[in-house]
Write a protein that binds this ligand. Structure first.
Ligand code: GDP
Length: 302
């Protein structure tokens, strides 16, 4: 019995044992706050986001009395979770599957925007895979008719996933491809249409007109902007560009696996102020996860 007690792992916060049995004052936690500040900045969390998290942490500790270090740990973790949730308020409670089922519209149409290279094609394949696993059928509209590689890549994924695909003629009308896919979905009773769009990088007013036309014709239930989490400020610029020109409802951040610490993604999500519905965490079909505060806490403070 004695030995068992000894073996019990110590709380990570036993280091702050001196805080036990007293009412915590602000000056008592200076070191603790400094340690967290260091960890947040080390994880590439932006200054603004870090300060918000630390301010919340201070507020949740000052004036409390704790008798065990485990209690302290719980207060700290609850506070971190709450702040991250608050920072990402708009990300809370958006469940795409739930939304599709609740809306009950058949087909539910999702249009994907994103600059070439961000991972849009891969993301569409991942979403088709996820829908299939949830018992929802889908069809892909390869509406980027100017990029042969995009059509081929989507055809490859569609075949592997056994999901139907509507291709366009090279240089054909992208909106017509979306229209055909939606008609096909209607006649075959398919639940969801996933519409790819062009993402030519150079400033191109034709692209904006093209995207607007695709939106007008396909009347999407959801417009998803795909952003590369490693692109940093570029990602924010892209978000602004799409917001000003076509508008979007939600974001999927890709290549999050390459941001080892998670801080960049947290800061980016904070700046975007739009729901980030999924994170891409690798190249496989199942490497798409819902956006959750727990994921960040684990990553940043593991
Ligand atoms: P698109 O031009 O936007 O359609 O981009 P692709 O879907 O072709 O992706 C570009 C590259 O990024 C490919 O090599 C993908 O395998 C890779 N990629 C996409 N998403 C992720 C991700 O979440 N993590 C990692 N590590 N790579 C990704």
């Amino acid at each position: 019995e004695e030995q068992k007690k000894e073996e019990k792992p110590k709380s990570r916060f036993s280091f702050f044992d001196f805080l036990r049995y007293k009412t915590i004052k602000e000056e008592d936690i200076t070191d603790l706050i400094e340690e967290f500040r260091y960890q947040l900045l080390e994880a590439d969390v932006s200054y603004e986001v870090s300060e918000k998290i630390l301010e919340d942490l201070k507020n949740s500790l000052v004036g409390k009395k704790v008798s065990r270090s485990e209690e302290l740990e719980k207060i700290v973790l609850d506070s971190l979770k709450k702040s991250i949730e608050e920072i990402l308020t708009k990300n809370r409670g958006f469940d795409l599957i739930e939304e599709i089922k609740q809306k009950g519209k058949k087909p539910y149409v999702i249009v994907f925007f994103g600059v070439n290279g961000v991972g849009k094609t891969t993301t569409i394949a991942k979403v088709a895979y996820m829908l299939k696993k949830q018992g929802l059928s889908s069809i892909i509209a390869a509406s980027d008719t100017f990029r042969a590689a995009a059509q081929e890549q989507l055809a490859y994924h569609a075949q592997k996933l056994e999901v139907p695909l509507v291709k366009g003629k090279y240089g054909g009308d992208p909106a017509a491809v979306a229209f055909d896919a939606i008609s096909s979905a209607k006649s075959r009773g398919i639940d969801v249409v996933l519409v790819d769009t062009a993402g030519r990088m150079h400033v191109d007013s034709d692209l904006v007109e093209e995207l607007k036309r695709v939106v007008r014709i396909s009347k999407p239930d959801l417009r998803v902007l795909v952003l590369d989490s490693l692109a940093g400020n570029d990602a924010l610029e892209q978000a602004k560009y799409f917001e000003n020109n076509v508008g979007y409802d939600a974001v999927i951040l890709t290549k999050v696996d390459a941001d080892a610490k998670g801080g960049i993604v947290l800061s980016l999500a904070y700046e975007l102020k739009k729901p980030v519905i999924y994170l891409g965490i690798g190249q496989d079909y199942d490497n798409l996860i819902p956006f959750s505060p727990d994921w960040f806490i684990k990553r940043i403070f593991q």
